[in-house]
Design a protein around this ligand. Structure first.
Ligand code: ATP
Ligand code: MN
Length: 478
């Protein structure tokens, strides 16, 4: 019964010749008891349905309210009104689902993103969120296509693990032990030998270490899956559950790694510009309208489409961490004491520093390499200077860090020494060290935060608005 419907996206690009069509969707607006704007989620654009006088009785007309679901049968004809090429002249309308306009929270007017976050179960029905989630889908598809074209293997790394990839803590524990009556060992510690896996386990914070095991046999792999961090950072760029793409490549050095990451990001942007032009145009306009309320100085220098085109047309800036510190120290912002956090060699760059470099100084994405070894993970390849490692972070305008990666330490002795220095449990990670014992090769990889990429491409400003159901501290609805 339902399979003979045509999606609105397809209809809007069809030549209207009076052909019979069936469409189904939800009412956005109903004007003058005559014009229905119908949306079925396939396009940002609504289809205009014309209801001729006398087609429906008074009672049915009253049920055509914002949010109601309809089945419309009619003919596709050229539109007389401006703004659309075709419209449907209805010959029959069936109400599939009523929507009480007194109670329906979404009215045909502009709602704030904050309000919509509170009714996240309904926000898919707005133009903004439908555009965001169609683009999110396109990006996911493009990611698989990019790597597939390059011969990478999609690797599913575990979600429950017993290893802490970064040695950084901030993990969600996974356990079936009774919280109200935890089994204890003789010395009073929790007895994880009685737990489901017979040891302490957690949700993964990164699939990288497992990714390296596969890359050093399959060559090029990537992961694309959920990642969990119990970091208590309530920012517009952090989620407790987010999706990450982690390619890992054998026979790659840090230069190859940067080239791949840059090509990857540009490919994704190009894909969305080619496949989601209408959604992007809508979001571009949304951003311009939003910024009209801001004082000139706070508005973006570029519109969304301009920004994306700019990133396609220009190489990313490549600088070392040491150069980044020099730029910051010489900046007017530093001299006028505008930075909240200290600037000196050895600091972890704060978001204000990253944004200064990207938005004020270089005005384009920047790849920062060769960070101090003390602020980076144990597996990063040590440089000859004894102070820095072959790390590379990509910083994007409006976002800050979007990619974190490195060439990995492939020399067994150097890796073991570094693990001991950083108190990484070497004994539990013999499996990891085996990649360096047997046929070790130079290799590299990076992690791209999927939601940060969606933020960048959609021009949205809060990461909670680019994932369907956000998990953040003190918030886990649905
Ligand atoms: P940040 O400094 O922004 O917290 P990080 O250094 O912890 O990032 P990595 O461990 O390198 O990040 O993770 C790789 C990528 O995953 C980051 O570049 C970012 O795009 C993304 N990412 C990291 N943490 C989060 C998070 N809590 N929510 C969403 N994306 C994240
Ligand atoms: Mn972090």
């Amino acid at each position: 019964m339902f399979n003979n419907r045509t999606k609105i996206k397809a209809l809007l690009s069809t030549e209207p010749t009076g052909q019979e069509v069936i469409v189904m969707g939800w009412v956005r607006t109903f004007r003058n008891n005559q014009f229905i704007a119908l949306n079925d989620g396939s396009s940002i654009n609504n289809l205009q349905i014309v209801v001729e006088l006398g087609l429906l009785d008074e009672a049915t007309l009253k049920r055509i309210t914002t949010g109601a679901a309809l089945k419309v049968t009619g003919t596709l004809v050229p539109s007389l009104g401006k703004g659309q090429k075709a419209e449907v002249k209805a010959s029959a309308i069936e109400i599939l689902g009523d929507s009480d306009s007194e109670k329906y929270p979404l009215q045909p007017k502009k709602h704030s993103l904050e309000f919509l976050r509170e009714i996240a179960h309904l926000r898919f029905r707005t133009s903004t969120f439908s555009a965001v989630f169609r683009i999110r889908h396109s990006l996911a598809f493009a990611i698989h296509q990019f790597f597939n074209e390059k011969g990478f293997v999609y690797l599913h790394t575990p979600i429950i693990t017993s290893s802490d990839a970064e040695g950084a803590g901030e993990m969600f524990q996974v356990s079936t032990l009774p919280l109200e009556n935890l089994p204890r060992t003789e010395n009073g510690n929790i007895d994880f030998s009685q737990d489901f896996f017979g040891k302490s386990t957690n949700l993964t914070v990164s699939g990288q270490l497992e990714g390296e095991l596969a890359a050093t046999a399959l060559g090029d792999i990537y992961t694309f899956g959920p990642t969990f961090r119990a970091e208590n950072s309530n920012t517009t760029r952090h989620l407790a559950e987010f999706w990450m793409i982690e390619p890992e490549m054998a026979f790659y050095d840090i230069q190859d790694n940067m080239d791949l990451a840059e090509a990857f990001i540009q490919y994704l942007i190009r894909y969305v510009m080619d496949h989601n032009a209408e959604d992007l145009a809508f979001l571009d306009n949304r951003l311009k309208e939003e910024e009209k309320a801001l004082p000139q100085a706070q508005r973006s220098e570029q519109g969304l489409l301009e920004k994306l085109q700019f990133v396609l047309d220009n190489r990313f800036e490549r600088i070392t961490y040491t150069e980044a510190i020099e730029v910051l120290l010489a900046s007017p912002a530093y001299k006028k004491k505008k930075f909240k956090y200290e600037v000196k060699w050895g600091i972890d760059l704060q978001s204000e520093h990253e944004r200064y470099l990207v938005e004020k100084h270089y005005k384009r994405p920047v790849i920062v390499t060769n960070y101090p070894k003390d602020i980076k993970a144990f597996y990063m390849r040590q440089n000859d200077d004894g102070k820095t490692v072959a790390a590379m972070d990509i910083l994007a305008p409006g976002i800050g860090e979007i990619v974190g990666g490195s060439q990995r330490e492939e020399r067994l002795d150097k890796l073991q020494t570094r693990m001991q220095e950083m108190n990484v449990p070497v004994k539990e990670m013999e499996w990891y060290l085996d990649t360096r014992r047997f046929g070790s090769v130079p290799h590299a990889g990076f992690g791209l935060g999927f939601e940060r990429m969606v933020l960048f491409v959609t021009g949205m400003s809060n990461i909670r608005d680019v994932i369907p159901f956000a998990r953040t501290p003190k918030n886990c609805e649905f």
